[in-house]
Design a protein around this ligand. Structure first.
Ligand SMILES: O=c1ccn([C@@H]2O[C@H](COP(=O)(O)OP(=O)(O)O[C@H]3OC[C@@H](O)[C@H](O)[C@H]3O)[C@@H](O)[C@H]2O)c(=O)[nH]1
Length: 375
């Protein structure tokens, strides 16, 4: 009887234990299933986020690619590494566009005094393009094949704003770039100016004319700065064998000119568009000859790749008085602006027109854009 009770007790005990074990196992299994579900959930969310980010990245890459104009592919032997100082400026950025499209590698150096990053923003992510915030007054150590040295403010109000800085830029800046050209055996093209002829006594201006510049007047920081820059080019050529080109650039206009540039083209157009007085400085009988920026860019590239080492005029010989020019703009805009006269500026050149035979004979260049069409 005692044995019977003992067995019954054991049976109940084992049964209870088995029941507890079954319940515990089911509980553990259910927790495990729940956890797997959670892990899958997290993985699913993670995967969704990654694919969403991938999509956004692809959209951004697509957008960035669309902003680059198409560039030609140039084989290694033909592709050059080209430095453009002042490459974010009005003329510089158009030159950069053309050289990039031709398939070269471009390095742009600018201190952004008058240059603007937005002028070259369409190239910023291109593999052939590099932008360096740098002032040419400081030396630069890079490897290049060609240097277009354009860095310098060119509008009279801008270059007169800080004449000492203008002198340093033209002189020390050019010295630094010639030093670089010498070190890496690069060809350098200097952007000189029609202003080196000053208020000319010869007309039209031929490259053999030595000019008529007031060395202590308000324009001298630029005029004499560029004259000494030319002098330095030929000293480096003679003494160190540096391969130089000198372009004497005449009045130029086109897209990306600064709104507050202060030169006659942007002033007159802005005044006409706002029905404000069109301001002629002096009598208006002084003349200028205006070229479109694309013509200038073709001339600079033509000269750089020619064998002409002496200075060459790059300009459009289509000459107008400033008075005529005011009327042209007034008629084109169809404005109610009045033409008014302000006092003449000091040392303002009275006549300016380039003789461009040398460029035409040397590398077949002549401007093609007529004034009214370009405007
Ligand atoms: O509002 C204005 C601005 C300018 N002018 C006159 O228009 C003529 C042209 O003046 P700009 O300021 O456009 O340019 P400048 O010809 O004097 O100098 C330019 O020369 C060639 C380049 O190297 C430089 O871009 C710049 O120095 C000058 O006679 C000037 O007095 C006006 O009558 N009204």
């Amino acid at each position: 009887m005692r044995n019977y009770y003992w067995s019954l007790r054991n049976l109940v005990l084992f049964g209870g234990l088995a029941l507890v074990a079954i319940v515990t196992c089911r509980e553990i299994a259910s927790i495990a299933r729940e956890n797997t579900k959670n892990v899958d959930g997290i993985l699913m969310t993670g995967r969704d986020e990654v694919s969403e980010l991938k999509k956004r990245l692809q959209a951004l890459e697509k957008k960035a690619k669309i902003q680059h104009p198409a560039v030609k592919f140039l084989p290694e032997g033909k592709r050059k590494r080209i430095l453009v100082t002042g490459g974010a400026g009005f003329v510089g950025s158009h030159l950069v566009d053309k050289l990039m499209i031709q398939g070269h590698e471009l390095i742009v150096v600018d201190n952004f005094f008058t240059g603007r990053k937005r002028n070259v923003e369409h190239w910023l992510t291109h593999e052939n393009f590099e932008l360096i915030h740098h002032d040419v007054v400081e030396p630069l150590y890079i490897e290049v094949d060609q240097i277009y040295h354009l860095a310098c403010p060119a509008s009279p109000p801008h270059y007169m704003f800080n004449p000492i800085k203008t002198i340093k830029t033209s002189s020390i800046g050019t010295l630094n770039m010639l030093g670089l050209a010498k070190r890496v055996d690069a060809r350098l093209l200097l952007a000189s100016t029609s202003e080196i002829y000053g208020d000319p006594e010869e007309h039209p201006q031929n490259e053999n004319y030595w000019g008529h510049v007031n060395p202590i007047g308000p324009r001298a920081c630029y005029d004499e700065g560029k004259r000494v820059a030319e002098t330095m080019c030929y000293a480096y050529k003679k003494q160190e064998g540096v391969d130089v080109r000198v372009a004497r650039i005449f009045n130029t206009y086109g897209p990306r000119m600064h709104m507050e540039d202060g030169r006659v083209v942007s002033n007159f157009i802005l005044q006409a568009l706002q029905n404000l007085d069109i301001t002629i400085y002096g009598g208006g009988k002084q003349t200028r000859s205006f070229q479109y920026v694309d013509d200038l860019v073709d001339g600079l590239i033509g000269l750089m790749n020619s064998e002409i080492t002496s200075p060459v005029n790059i300009g459009n010989p289509d000459e107008h008085t400033i008075e005529e020019f005011a009327t042209i703009i007034k008629d084109m805009v169809g404005t109610n602006s009045k033409i008014v006269h302000h006092p003449a500026t000091e040392d303002d050149p009275q006549r300016r027109k380039p003789d461009i035979e040398k460029a035409f004979k040397g590398f077949g260049w002549k401007p093609v854009m007529p004034l009214k069409e370009g405007m």
